[in-house]
Ligand binder design. Structure first.
Ligand code: KIV
Length: 276
C-alpha cells in the first residue's frame, strides 16, 4: 500500500530555508506512539537505521534491511501530523550504483510516505546524491562518523581531527554541491563543525558536533534513557525511563506473586452495578 505525503508538514525546501533563521530540532523515531509524542516539537523526525541497535538488539546497523525500514517508517508516519519525515537508506541499499539507490529510495518514499531519504557518505556518494535529487528525491547527507562504515573507520571514533579535517570539509562541500538539502555531521570536533556550518549554504544537523550547527538530532531512546547498552559522550539523558520502567515491571511481578494484583478495582462483578 502506498502512503501519501502530509500536506501540512514541512518539506526539504522548508528545512533548508531554516538555515540562519532558527535552530532545527529533530529526533529519531521508530514507532507510532513515540512519533506522536515528538510530532509537535520537531521540525523533522528521522526513521533512523539505529532502529537495528535500539529496538532489535543488533550490534551494529549493518544488518538492517529495507523491510525493517519500511515497517518502522509506516509506523512513524501514522504518528506524525506536522513534522517532516526523513528515512534512512539501510546499508547495501544504495552504494552499488545511483540506479540501485534510486530504486530503493523511491520504494522507501512510496511505501512509507517519507518526504526525503538520508544516506551516509561524502565525496564517494556525491554522484548518487546528484542522480537522486535530479529525479525528485530530496537527500539528507550524513558525514563524519558514518556508522555503516565502522568496519573501515575502525570503530565509532571522532572523525576529522587534525589532518583529517580537510577530508571532512571536502565531503561537506561535495554533498552540498551535489544537491543535498542538509547534512548530518556526526562526531566531529566542535570547531570543524562550526567552520563547515559557516561555509555551507545548506543546514548542518549535529550529533556529537557543535551547538553552533544549524540543528541537532539525537536518538530518542538515548535521550530518554531507554537504551542503556552504552552511552556516547554526546548523548544527554533528559530522563532515565529505562530504570523507571524496570522498577514498574518488578513491582508488577511482585504483586502478581503476592496475589495483590489484580485488586478489587481491576476485576468484574457477576452483575453490573445498578444505576440507582
Ligand atoms: O540512524 C540514526 O539514528 C542516525 C542518526 C543521525 C541519529 O543516523
Amino acid at each position: 500500500m502506498s502512503a501519501t505525503a502530509r500536506k501540512s508538514a514541512p518539506n526539504a525546501d522548508d528545512i533548508r530555508a531554516l538555515k540562519g533563521q532558527t535552530p532545527i530540532v529533530s529526533l529519531t523515531a521508530y514507532t507510532t506512539p513515540m512519533a506522536r509524542l515528538m510530532d509537535a516539537h520537531c521540525d523533522f523526525v528521522l526513521v533512523g537505521d539505529s532502529v537495528g541497535m535500539v529496538l532489535h538488539g543488533l550490534s551494529s546497523t549493518l544488518s538492517v534491511t529495507m523491510e525493517m525500514m519500511i515497517l518502522h517508517g509506516k509506523a512513524v508516519a501514522r504518528g506524525l501530523q506536522s513534522a517532516m519525515m526523513v528515512i534512512d537508506m539501510p546499508f547495501s541499499s544504495y552504494e552499488e550504483s545511483p540506479e540501485q539507490a534510486f530504486r530503493n529510495a523511491a520504494r522507501l518514499m512510496a511505501e512509507t510516505g517519507a518526504a526525503a531519504v538520508k544516506l551516509e557518505g561524502g565525496i564517494e556518494m556525491a554522484e548518487t546524491i546528484r542522480f537522486l535529487v535530479k529525479r525528485g528525491i530530496p537527500v539528507m547527507a550524513h558525514i563524519g562518523l558514518t556508522p555503516q562504515s565502522i568496519n573501515t573507520l575502525g570503530g565509532y571514533k571522532v572523525q576529522g581531527r587534525d589532518a583529517q579535517a580537510d577530508a571532512v570539509i571536502a565531503d561537506a562541500h561535495a554533498v552540498a554541491d551535489a544537491g543535498a538539502f542538509s547534512v548530518v555531521l556526526e562526531k566531529v570536533p566542535q570547531n570543524l563543525a562550526d567552520s563547515i556550518t559557516a561555509e555551507l549554504a545548506i543546514p548542518t544537523i549535529g550529533i556529537g558536533a557543535s551547538a553552533g550547527c544549524d540543528g541537532q538530532i539525537l536518538v530518542v531512546d538515548d535521550m530518554l534513557g531507554f537504551f542503556t547498552a552504552f552511552k556516547p559522550k554526546f548523548v544527554k539523558r533528559y530522563v532515565d525511563l529505562g530504570p523507571a520502567a524496570e522498577a514498574a515491571i518488578a513491582e508488577y511481578a511482585a504483586e502478581v506473586r503476592a496475589r495483590t494484583f489484580p485488586a478489587a478495582e481491576h476485576v468484574f462483578a457477576d452483575q453490573a452495578p445498578s444505576k440507582g
